[in-house]
Design a protein around this ligand. Structure first.
Ligand code: KIV
Length: 264
């Protein structure tokens, strides 16, 4: 059965966890889909892991549309979610036009954008136009130069309260799903329990409704140091297909991530 936004909402209501993995091309998209992963995220992380860039900032709309079209061509049942790249949603008009490209040309079924209160207008406009939206809070990689690095977010009380308020406002405005990146476990748990929409975590502890990892990190092929919240599933699985399957099984069982993959 094809996975839809309502499938994911029903899974949250039943307390059933789901798995999300990044994909950037057709071959991997097919393997991930066949492993039973519910959502394929065409992440702008492709700028770093595929293109070898320092950050996600140089990734263009054309590149996102291209990679999304490769993934959606091979996706079977999994829902395809595509990242809106840096500055592609800086105004409501841009957000609508670029989300439409990801859906019409790329075949995406949902788009993801980074940020809290400043994104409410774009999220409302997308919702009113039938565009499913995932709102991304916590560490926002497209703001790396503004915040001065890749750091855990929401550690002090004021930042934590702001994140909870942003999450609630985004849900009320129409966001269909939330993604929390590099957030202390207790804060991620609080946000997950405060929202009716599903919350996907990465470096956010085990209590979110779903988990996502960057594909190349969980296969251990990202050059340099692997993020501490990730895990090399290929090292213990023997094949790429088995590694992806192990990830999906462990996420759904709640056995990945463990305490060592999160932050206090
Ligand atoms: O671009 C991406 O792959 C992402 C994940 C890290 C969540 O946004």
């Amino acid at each position: 059965m094809p996975i839809t936004v309502s499938t994911l909402h029903q899974m949250k209501q039943r307390g059933e966890k789901f798995a999300v993995l990044t994909a950037y091309d057709a071959a991997f998209a097919q393997l991930i889909d066949e492993a039973g992963v519910e959502v394929l995220l065409v992440g702008d992380s492709l700028g770093m892991v595929v293109q070898g860039r320092e950050s996600t900032i140089p990734v263009t709309m054309d590149e996102m549309v291209y990679h999304t079209s490769l993934v959606s061509r091979a996706a079977g049942n999994a829902l395809v979610m595509a990242d809106m790249p840096f500055m592609s949603y800086a105004t409501t008009e841009l957000a609508l036009a670029n989300a439409a490209r990801l859906m019409k040309e790329g075949g995406a079924q949902m788009v993801k954008l980074e940020g809290g209160a400043p994104r409410l207008e774009a999220v409302r406009a997308m919702t009113e136009n039938g565009i499913p939206v995932c709102a991304h809070l916590g560490l926002l990689p497209q703001s790396v130069h503004k915040v001065g690095g890749y750091r855990v977010q929401g550690r002090d009380d004021a930042a934590a309260e702001q994140m909870v308020a942003d999450a609630v406002a985004l849900e009320q405005t129409g966001a269909d799903i939330m993604l929390l990146e590099c957030v202390p476990r207790a804060l991620a748990k609080r946000i997950t329990e405060s929202l009716t929409i599903p919350v996907i975590g990465i470096g956010a502890g085990v209590d979110t409704d779903a988990q996502v990892l960057v594909l190349y990190d969980m296969l251990g092929i990202t050059p340099g140091k692997r993020p501490s919240f990730s895990h090399d599933f290929l090292a213990e699985s023997g094949s790429i297909a088995a590694a992806i399957k192990a990830y999906a099984v462990q996420v759904k069982a709640g056995s990945f991530p463990t305490a060592q993959h999160g932050f206090d």
